[in-house]
Write a protein that binds this ligand. Structure first.
Ligand SMILES: *Cc1c(COP(=O)(O)O)cnc(C)c1O
Length: 457
């Protein structure tokens, strides 16, 4: 088989700024050893997130010029609505400025004290928006999904038995909806099978609970289904997407992921009553229902992006380029979540740095070193992001995995950028015994990873 190439030519380039290792040490210290606080101009290869970092196509940029900025009933809204509806099949399409705005609106209505929301694995903003209302967010990914080095095709699946037990235990009336995140971002970007979506739907139907998709990477998930699930190998990506959404009663979406734009999101709903409540809240917090916190031009770019994302050549290149980085790291003996997920490679920081315990943040230690070594910015997904303090003795309660995520922006970096990144990671791995843990010196009460400051131990 020949090399899978980038399915595009580059028409516009953005220079990146080089720094020295000495400069980067100072920059990192000034940023309180938190890469979130480093100026982007000081970063060489930015793998902090794949969110809002996509390169838009010529047609999307043309859409930016073509956007209709009418306050109400803009033609860009109708193009957006039709495009989303073609994929989700839902009646009510509500634009929001990004994914968490959709979550905030949805959970303000269905959440609240005494409510429980199950998910395969909640993303951090989803969890925060649920907990902010007083409700509880519960993760129930399948067992294999908790073992980084065990290979399985669909490690993002929800544990359906655990879900049914959970419903029995907490009571149907306290579970306003069940959510499935595709692909499972915090669980390693691992896909969810169609079979699993169907099984979850069957349970939801039995108890009359609506099923929602956190659909940020629906197209990547569909590509994995096509490649790995029997019966889907000859189906079009769009058909697979339509089938996934057909089992759901609604979805929240961050267009900053699989809509290939820099800002945007939406709520897609079938229930009229819920849609009315959401629109009423939208008007207070986001804007009129035909723009919802976005400009007409943004809606145009989202619509175009959604048409491009279901292209199989794009998805083949996308999934293969992530896998390529994963293979390079595995060849060097670096522990990662296997098999590689869709949008990112997740280094298993516990195995990478067995000498640094969770409460000294091994993932944070790796992200700091990657920056110093080569100007590569990654993000910790472990005790910094999801750690909680025990209500009894104030000790740190760590999540099951300590990970470092290298998220790949869509259509941004070429193969040589990725080769360079692998070299930097391997360099750090080769001197891993020298790495030390960190201590937090400042933290906010919620989503602390964004603004926390650290001190090396
Ligand atoms: C990014 C993301 C969100 C939140 O979307 P924003 O656009 O960043 O607000 C929610 N869920 C998942 C799975 C995500 O990846």
């Amino acid at each position: 088989m020949k090399t899978i190439i980038e399915p595009f030519k580059i028409k516009s380039v953005e220079p990146i700024r080089f720094t020295t290792e000495v400069e980067r040490k100072i920059i990192l210290e000034e940023a309180g050893y938190n890469p979130f606080l480093i100026t982007a101009d000081d970063v060489l290869i930015d793998l902090l997130t794949d969110s809002g970092t996509s390169a838009m196509s010529a047609k999307q940029w043309a859409g930016i010029m073509d956007g209709d900025e009418s306050y109400a009933g803009s033609k860009s809204f109708y193009r957006f609505e039709n495009t989303v509806r073609k994929i989700t099949g839902d009646k009510y399409i509500i634009p929001t400025h990004q994914g968490r705005a959709a979550e905030k609106i949805l959970f303000s209505i269905v959440g609240g004290e005494g409510k429980f929301i199950p998910n395969n694995t909640h993303f951090d903003t989803t969890r925060a928006n649920i907990e902010f209302t007083g409700a509880e967010a519960h993760d129930m990914v399948v067992e294999v999904g908790k073992h980084p080095q065990e290979r399985a095709d669909f490690k993002g699946n929800m544990d359906v038995e655990a879900l049914e037990d959970f419903i029995d235990e907490k009571g149907v009336e306290n579970i306003p909806l069940v959510m499935i995140t595709i692909t499972n971002n915090s669980g390693g970007g691992q896909p969810v099978s169609m079979q699993n979506i169907k099984e979850v739907k069957a349970i939801c139907k039995k108890y009359d609970i609506p099923l929602f998709l956190d659909a940020c990477r629906f197209a990547e998930n569909a590509y994995f289904i096509k490649k790995r699930e029997r019966g889907y190998e000859n189906k079009q990506i769009l058909e697979i997407c339509q089938e996934m959404f057909s089992y759901a009663d609604g979805a929240t979406m961050s267009a900053k992921k699989d809509a290939l734009v820099n800002i945007g999101g939406f709520l897609s709903l079938n229930n009229e009553e819920l849609a009315m409540q959401c629109r009423n809240l939208l008007i207070v917090t986001e804007g009129f229902p035909t723009y919802g916190g976005l400009a007409g031009r943004d809606l145009e770019a989202v619509a175009q992006g959604l048409e491009e994302i279901v292209d199989e050549h794009y998805l083949q290149y996308r999934i293969r380029s992530t896998e390529y980085l994963g293979e390079k790291l595995l060849d060097a003996g670096i522990p990662i979540i296997e098999p590689p997920g869709g949008h990112a490679i997740y280094i298993d920081a516990k195995s990478f740095l067995p000498h640094i315990p969770s409460h000294e943040y091994p993932g944070q230690s790796i992200v700091c070193e990657l920056y110093v070594e080569g100007g590569v910015r990654a993000v910790e997904i472990g005790s910094v992001m999801f750690g909680k303090y025990s209500k009894d003795d104030g000790s740190l309660i760590s999540p099951p995995m300590e990970l470092v995520r290298l998220a790949i922006p869509r259509r941004v970096y070429t193969q040589s950028h990725i080769d360079y990144t692998a070299e930097v990671i391997i360099e750090v791995f080769n001197r891993r015994d020298e790495l030390r843990g960190y201590e937090i010196t400042y933290e906010a009460p919620m989503l602390r990873h964004f603004t926390a400051r650290f001190k090396p131990l």
